[in-house]
Design a binder for this molecule. Structure first.
Ligand code: SF4
Length: 417
């Protein structure tokens, strides 16, 4: 029988209630959030384990078992998972894998089926795949997995705020520090302590922990009398925040004496406050009465949490005020219609405008191979950005597994010179 005669038999492994104690592998995402995810999952009653940091091996394995025309982050995510399964460290009968799902009008919605196909190709079609999502789980049958999102909201938002805040002080400190190892050590120390807080469900403690981190980072001896120009880094969420995914350009820019500024991760997740309003106004969505009542409540809750973290961060000598997602949306609205919500959507336009208003006029936008969504909302509006912000220097970098780091660095040299 040749392949065309075979009938598609679907993916039969589902995460049932009996699977609750299984080890759940998750792909590595980013240094300032990934370590906190297993701790959050532990509070929800699950045993999540991070794959090691993404590497060339992940890209090779992802290409081997996944279709080579998918977007680059999908290849890396699949490769991370299969490479870790192949180490033989886990009992296959006691294993599941999970990925976060935001859905949307791009391939992000198809990651689940892509991972299932990849696992089957590699001979692991009996491993259940979980969709970790705030809303619907994209028709994934997973009766054994439920995230008590409302109950955990203060802890989850605290974890995001802590990660974003620590990353911001670290990014500013590491380029200025006389002893580069000092900020590295402090970053690791406070990430591990945050893991302990989260595991014990102590979201308030995260705030006092951040205060301690701010005090310790303030003591770092910095190089005096030298300018450290800022470069904005924006683009697709995975390649922007994942060191291997972005071909280590953040590290390289820091070595050249530049402070790399990234927008807070929280914006990606809170943009839905804006999107809900826009989609309702445009007649694309009808909110239920409950959603209409709950939305302002959640918005207020987030504002309160953000302002508490901001008050602590103001004590840092590396402080940088983060604008609310609504202000970013307002800036974006001058450049692009806010119904552009595929990929990073209008956030890219808003972030570029925001950087310009903050005097950061060099911005790198990283785009993965195969990501049509972000090409449209980023490179597609380049001319308009130039009209509004003539001083802005934009560099769009397409990134894929075959790209040599040195080629990217050569292009970055044009931007910084
Ligand atoms: S935004 Fe681009 S890279 Fe990310 S999942 Fe969508 S298509 Fe892929």
């Amino acid at each position: 029988m040749n392949n065309t005669d075979k009938q598609y038999s679907g993916y039969n492994a589902i995460f049932t209630k009996k699977d609750k104690n299984k080890t759940v592998l998750i792909p590595w995402f980013t240094d300032f959030l990934s370590p906190l995810i297993p701790a959050l999952a532990k509070v929800a009653g699950y045993n999540f384990v991070n794959c090691p940091k993404t590497s060339k091996h992940s890209a090779d394995i992802g290409l081997k078992y996944g279709h080579n025309e998918v977007c680059y982050p999908a290849t890396l995510v699949l490769g991370d998972l299969i490479a870790e399964i192949e180490t033989g460290r886990y009992s296959l009968d006691n294993l599941a894998v999970a990925i976060t799902q935001t859905g949307g009008q791009c391939r992000a919605t198809n990651y689940l089926s892509f991972i299932k196909t990849g696992l089957k190709n590699a001979g692991y079609g009996n491993i259940p795949v979980i969709s970790v999502s705030v809303g619907d789980v994209h028709q994934n049958n997973q009766p054994g997995f439920k995230l008590p999102i409302i109950k955990m909201l203060p802890l989850i938002s605290g974890a995001f705020m802590f990660g974003d805040s620590l990353n911001q002080i670290y990014s500013s400190a590491v380029v200025r520090a006389k002893d580069k190892e000092q900020p590295e050590k402090l970053f690791d120390k406070y990430m591990s302590r945050a893991v302990e807080c989260i595991e014990h469900n102590r979201h308030r403690k995260l705030l006092s922990l951040l205060k301690e981190a701010v005090d310790d980072f303030n003591k770092i001896e910095i190089i005096a009398g030298k300018e450290f120009p800022k470069i904005g880094l924006i683009g697709e969420i995975f390649v922007k925040y994942n060191n291997y995914g972005q071909a280590n350009i953040t590290r390289w820019l820091r070595e050249q004496g530049y402070e790399v500024v990234v927008p807070p991760m929280l914006h990606f997740f809170t943009q839905s406050f804006v999107n809900q309003k826009v989609n309702t106004r445009n007649g694309l969505k009808k909110l239920s009465l409950l959603s209409k009542l709950m939305l302002p409540f959640f918005q207020k809750l987030f504002d309160k949490i953000i302002s508490r973290y901001d008050a602590v961060m103001r004590q840092s000598k590396f402080y940088k005020h983060h604008k609310s997602v609504f202000e970013i949306a307002e800036y974006a609205g001058e450049l692009i219609d806010l119904s552009n919500q595929f990929g990073e959507g209008w956030l890219i336009a808003g972030d570029i405008a925001n950087f310009s208003k903050e005097g950061i006029n060099r911005v790198v936008c990283v785009q993965p191979f195969g990501c049509i969504a972000n090409h449209v909302v980023a490179k597609g509006i380049e001319r308009r950005i130039k009209q509004h912000y003539p001083d802005m220097n934009l560099l769009f970098l397409d990134i894929d597994g075959g790209m040599a780091e040195v080629n990217l660095q050569n292009r970055l040299k044009f931007l910084i010179n």
